[in-house]
Ligand binder design. Structure first.
Ligand code: NDP
Length: 448
């Protein structure tokens, strides 16, 4: 519970005003708890109502998205874009297409994005968007019509120097392509208004791989600096099998780790010989199939119904890469009992607050999402730089920049934790390091 009177008051007020937004309130509380030692030393924050201003987005739009399916039936979905904070740069954050999307989820993601983007050291503000549209089982033509309708409204609110969306759950290269095409058609402008674009039309090499690769660069640095160890030789479990999970698998394997299990929303596969990257990539990225199909292609592997059970598998490193609150206290207890040494979050807020506390109490190295999965947005920032320069960097150049950014994020988070007397607590460190720059910019820019 919060001790600092100012943070407590602002949090209670935030609860009263957003009582039905549990994911958003969960994210705010986590950040506020981490900021206690910093806020106590900075009375100017209260004098300038920085926390009150931080929890209220600059603006949020919701809109109707009407589209027609292949049978001529008309559907209506709801679209969202939250522009949370632009103190240090244009709003930046992905679009999520998933039936669970609502205002609370978009606001939690947008709020987290403020600090994550600050940690990258690039000039990026925080935003997020999406729709309750379910892309599963839709034809390419239906996806295109939905994206065109979504962008027809969204285009009024975004721009390369104003707000630059990217992908997230359910929004990959295909969707970004259709969204970009529609933006260009409506505005007659070829600009870097979206990131995660195809490399033939302004996308950056290594953007597709960036979140998963970045997660492993962070994990490797954390193991090196905090345990004098490395990923090599470790047994790893990864939840999810989407964009983040697939490239976490590839980099973990390249670093000498053995990934023994992966999941989708229906169940998980176990492959004690090490999950085969090419098979997963073909199955999930190209064919958009179910992970259960893996066992028909790889002898010796097995499939278990229900995704939750994946955390019962003994492993050294756990990488939750699917979705929010997918790992709770019971899962954390099982992982610790089975000897897990490190947990690094590829998804946004995948561990509940109780699970995080349990890991920390049991000396498990814990890498929070806003630090560990910042590689995606960092590389989106590099895509924006390349678009502005009308240039394209080599894969190796982008990858090396990404690796350096992840190492810096680890070091800054570690140093910030130490400075405020919470050595080794990367949750506190990442939140303070991300917040410091944003709050200083807000103070410098005056009241608005
Ligand atoms: P994808 O849509 O590519 O993949 C999502 C994966 O998670 C799929 O395997 C999906 O299974 C699974 N999943 C989704 N919802 C649930 C659920 N309720 N329960 C269990 N499994 C679920 O998304 P991404 O890989 O892009 O994103 C994964 C996470 O990483 C999200 O939290 C996202 O916000 C975060 N993230 C993504 C970044 C990026 O660059 N893409 C950047 C930073 C964070 P199924 O196929 O069955 O739906």
């Amino acid at each position: 519970m919060l001790q600092n009177a100012y943070l407590k008051r602002v949090y209670e007020d935030t609860v009263a005003r957003n009582s039905d937004q549990k994911e958003f309130l969960q994210a705010v509380l986590e950040v506020f708890e981490s900021l206690e030692p910093y806020v106590a030393q900075h009375p100017e924050l209260e004098a300038h109502a920085i926390m009150e201003r931080l929890v209220e987005p600059d603006r949020m739009v919701t809109f109707r998205v009407t589209w027609e399916d292949d049978n001529g039936k008309i559907h209506v979905n709801r679209g969202y874009r939250v522009q949370f904070n632009s103190a240090i740069g244009p709003y930046k954050g992905g679009l999520r297409f998933h039936p669970s999307v609502n205002a609370s989820i978009i606001k939690f993601l947008g709020f987290e994005q403020i600090f994550k983007n600050s940690l990258t050291s690039l000039p990026l503000g925080g935003g997020k968007g999406g729709s309750d549209f379910d892309p599963k089982g839709k034809s390419d033509a239906e996806i295109m019509r939905f994206c065109q309708s979504f962008m027809t409204e969204l285009q009024r609110h975004i721009g390369s120097n104003c707000d630059v969306p990217a992908g997230d759950i359910g929004v990959g290269g295909r969707e970004i392509g259709y969204l970009f095409g529609q933006y260009k058609r409506l505005n007659n402008r070829f600009t870097g208004v979206l990131t995660g674009k195809g490399v033939m039309f302004g996308g950056s090499l290594a953007r597709t791989e960036a979140t998963g690769y970045g997660l492993l660069y962070f994990t490797e640095e954390m193991l090196k600096c905090m345990k004098n160890d490395s990923v090599a030789g470790k047994t790893i479990v990864i939840s999810g099998s989407g964009n983040v999970a697939i490239y976490a698998l590839e980099k973990a394997t390249q670093l000498g780790g053995k990934v023994i299990a992966m999941s989708d929303s229906k169940g998980y596969i176990v492959d004690e010989n090490g999950v085969n990257f090419q098979v997963i990539k073909q199955l999930k990225e190209v064919e958009r199939g179910r992970i259960s199909e893996y066992v028909n292609r790889v002898p010796g592997s097995r499939y278990v119904e229900g995704c939750r059970g994946i955390w019962s598998l003994p492993c050294d490193i756990a990488l939750p890469c699917a979705t929010q609150n997918e790992l709770d206290l019971a899962d954390a207890e099982l992982l610790v009992k089975n000897g897990v040494m490190a947990v690094a979050e590829g998804a946004n807020m995948p561990s509940t607050a109780e699970a995080v506390a349990y890991f920390q109490e049991h000396n498990v190295l814990f890498a929070p999402a806003k630090a560990a999965n910042a590689g995606g947005v960092a590389t989106s920032g590099l895509e924006m730089s390349q678009n502005s320069m009308r240039s394209q960097w080599e894969f190796s150049e982008v990858d090396e920049k990404l690796r350096q950014i992840m190492i810096n994020i680890f070091r800054e988070s570690e140093a910030a934790a130490k400075d405020c007397g919470h050595e080794g607590n990367l949750v506190v460190g990442a939140n303070i390091a991300g917040f410091k720059k944003v709050s200083e910019a807000m103070l410098a820019e005056g009241l608005y």
